[in-house]
Design a protein around this ligand. Structure first.
Ligand SMILES: [Zn+2]
Length: 242
């Protein structure tokens, strides 16, 4: 009971005081609500690990691309001069020389999608022919893909959730987020420091009910929740560097 009440309260305001529309109860639905994503991403016996990562990362790419594509007209250099995520997170792009550069969100996302499209179409990285094998660096490439897709999802929630709801795509976005979350948790693909900005949504969508933070006693957590509300947020971390 107490827990549920707290969840509702969390849903109405965020750490910085601005409202997080994506935490409101009316938009917390997702497509295929009964589906347990943890089972969905679990590697079936006898299946190749790289093959499994390849199919999930390609599916996620398609879904993120689809949702972003439908709201991309609202994501311009004027509306989104920075590549933002929730909690004032800003992502910087590493150019080919390894130099960090500030780019507008549509540009950043274009870089992300172009990079992933090029990568998944490369027969040397994502082999489709029977005789071809995955490169030894395959897992680290997948980590990068999954992390960049997480940035796009973070931007969709932070900057375009209103449009996503308007187009009736929030259940689809929530399902994509659930899939992404299950995948990176199962195979530890993203640093938790990157994903903490959407931890509140993970909890609201009940994707991490049995996570480690529930282990400690609840009363202490209650106090911790309050203090974490005023903590300053990082300005720029979690970019595309591999
Ligand atoms: Zn945008």
């Amino acid at each position: 009971m107490g827990k549920a009440r707290r969840k509702e309260k969390e849903g109405t305001e965020s750490s910085s005081g601005d409202s997080k529309l994506y935490l409101e109860a009316t938009v917390l639905e997702r497509k295929l609500p009964e589906m347990d994503m943890r089972i969905f991403v679990d590697l079936p016996a006898g299946l190749d690990y790289n093959e499994w990562l390849a199919s999930h990362s390609m599916a996620l790419f398609d879904h993120v691309n689809l949702v972003y594509g439908t709201v991309s007209e609202f994501c311009t250099t004027a509306t989104c001069p920075d590549m933002t995520g929730p909690g004032q997170r800003t992502y910087l792009w590493f150019d080919e020389k390894g130099k960090k550069t500030k780019v507008a969100a549509p540009q950043y996302i274009d870089y992300v999608m172009t990079f992933i499209q090029k990568t998944v179409s490369d027969e040397n990285i994502f082999p489709t022919k029977y005789a071809n094998e995955f490169p030894s660096s395959f897992e680290s490439i997948v980590r990068k893909i999954v992390r960049l897709l997480f940035h796009v999802v973070a931007h969709l929630y932070a900057a375009h959730f209103k449009e996503v709801v308007m187009l009736g795509l929030h259940a689809h976005l929530n399902l994509t987020f659930a899939h992404l979350t299950a995948l990176y948790h199962r195979f530890s693909l993203i640093d938790p420091k990157e994903t903490e900005i959407l931890k509140d949504l993970e909890i609201a969508l009940r994707l991490t009910e049995n996570s480690t933070e529930v282990v400690n006693n609840n009363e202490q957590n209650e106090v911790k929740d309050e203090s974490s509300k005023s903590q300053p947020t990082e300005e720029s971390s979690g970019d595309n560097e591999s």
